[in-house]
Design a protein around this ligand. Sequence first.
Ligand code: ADP
Ligand code: MG
Length: 716
Amino acid sequence: MLKLDLELSKISGVGEKFLKRLDKLSIKTVRDLLWHFPFRYEDYSKIVKIADLKINQPATIRGVVRKVATRRTWKRKMLLVEAVIVDETGGVSAIWFNQPYIAQVLKPGREANFAGRAISSQGRVYLSNPTYETISNRTVVKHTAGLIPIYPETKSLTSRGLRYLIEPILNGLEKLEDFVPEEILEEYDLPEVNSALHKVHFPRTMDQAEKSRKRFAFEDLFLLQLNNLRVKRSLLKEKAPALKINAEQLEAIIKSLPFELTGSQRRSLDEIISDLSKLQPMNRLLQGDVGSGKTVVAAVAAFISALNNKQAAFMAPTEVLARQHYKTLMSIFKNLDVSIGLLTGSEARAFYSDNLESKKTKFQLLKEISSGQIKVIVGTHAVIQKSIVFQDLALAIIDEQHRFGVEQRAALVKKELNPGEETTIHFLSMGATPIPRTLSLTLFGDLDLSIIDELPIGRKPIITKIVSPANRNKAYAFIREQIKSGRQAFVICPRIVAAEVETEESGATIPMIKKRKDLWQEVKNVTEEYEKLSQKVFPDLKVAMLHGKLKSPEKAAIMSDFAAGKTHILVSTSVIEVGVDVPNATIMMIEGADRFGLAQLYQFRGRVGRAEHQSYCLLFTDSESAATQQRLNALIKAKNGFELAEIDLKLRGPGQFLGDKQTGLPDLAMRSLNNIILVREARSAAVKILEQDQELIYHPMLAAQLGRFEKNIHLE
Ligand code: ADP
Ligand code: MG
């Protein structure tokens, strides 16, 4: 009997070549293989008479091979095998490209099943690339009858190959014990693991297949929810310093701000203040549209920590952003008694309550942090994680980075920033990517959520237009006009996207496992765009270029020139995406807009419209596909980021929606993330089990599985 953990290389009959291909799909053990589920099924459940074949419908015929011929196609020099198959109702041809061995197998006189689609071309009907299976008396057909599973494939590993491999292994598998408790299976009407595993690979009906898939999606969501709830509970047991502020002090701060807080800023702030005042650590995500004003809310939280004579760390993903936050904090705290430090890879600065601001050596700054003289430290997280010793850290704020993995970060912050301390710290994470409710329920089930869903008053909605190639020059003229009237423009260069491959068997496109995007190619793109704009289109204007391969001081200089209005147009890769604030910029022009996700486009657009000027977002695209138009139109229609996120999720599904992020969540679970009913059921099931058995002592199988799951997911 085969065990789940057995490595496939130990099974005789699985060849070297196969193992290598499997390895590409990260399939190493029996478990990996059996948990590699079909992503759809072709329905060949009825054997059709040749006379009844319908064009373009999947069907299986059974017949005798009458004649086989191999020849080269005239135009494309491909090898073509053609077989004539007959049954009692008639005959039909089947053709295969570049599979010469088929002629060896399908000798005239053999009986076989052929499954595929009938197509019609030049007045003839034939089966194109059908899957075949020769029939002898003892054959149990698995490729051409019933529902045929279609797997995610790599180039040289077809669904047919996978089926060959999976079937005997599945039949030789030991009987598995189910880690999902029986009462849960019963309550939610889910099949137990052994039969589900058989039926997910080789279902007899679509209903069986769906039920089994649901079970496996459920099991991952269930584990995810157990994990979330456990993290949440364990945080409740931890202690953190209570940070208090009285009503008068709070009103004084709010009055001293350069603007009036919006209703949802105020509400979020109250939620944060209430968390901070408790003896348990805050673990909160502050979500809000781009430009909704999250920074000021976080800044007040940092100030409260200083008021309690404790320290706060304010971390940003890039140096540009860290510097910007530092400036914002200085202006917000101008009249308040608080000292702030800036620490990035390339600079160290400090601002004291007497309004003096100066450059520091890193050494000086670190000393002032460890002595407690500086209360709020702004920086990139890389720096903060490595070298700082705090005197008394109470609050960590992380901006834009990203929406996941808060528990991991909480652990990290605890370990790295507060070694050996009894108490842990409060934690505030900020994100400008609005996440649909369904996803936040699963992915951040362990967090509390504050949402800023309105923009400060007086902002004009950004006018968004799709620009086709024919209107390019008109758009350039418009940009020039804006710049002449004193405004500035961003130009974003297209992203490099991974190619999609066609599978041999089904003809469906399956996105291949993505390669990491090639930074250098991006640099090349942005350079070309820069040259075009600066030399040909706008030779009279000042154009600058920004990309990820530039050194930090260069980037900072380019950004600050742009912010100061010294350059008119900033051509950039998507490094510009996160939080840059240049209120005078009113144009966001995006090349190859179809290559970006909606959430990302939304982020870009948020870079403009940050002041009183009317702003514009120009989406350049060559694509005329309906899907592209629909997606880009969603950007024009959606009222706010949350609405857009819901649309994006519907259009693309959770996998694409979450983008390049490797969540470690299995495919099936990923695709189920927007199944709100299943997500809710999984959550209720997890609550129920933990209520009975908090430590999972009576569910050892489940505990073990959860351990394995937690090791694999990284929602970072
Ligand atoms: P984000 O939520 O995208 O991080 P920011 O915090 O950078 O947004 O705020 C965007 C801009 O809006 C900043 O220039 C900030 O000073 C300004 N701002 C924030 N809150 C308000 C408000 N209530 N009224 C007017 N302007 C505001
Ligand atoms: Mg921000």
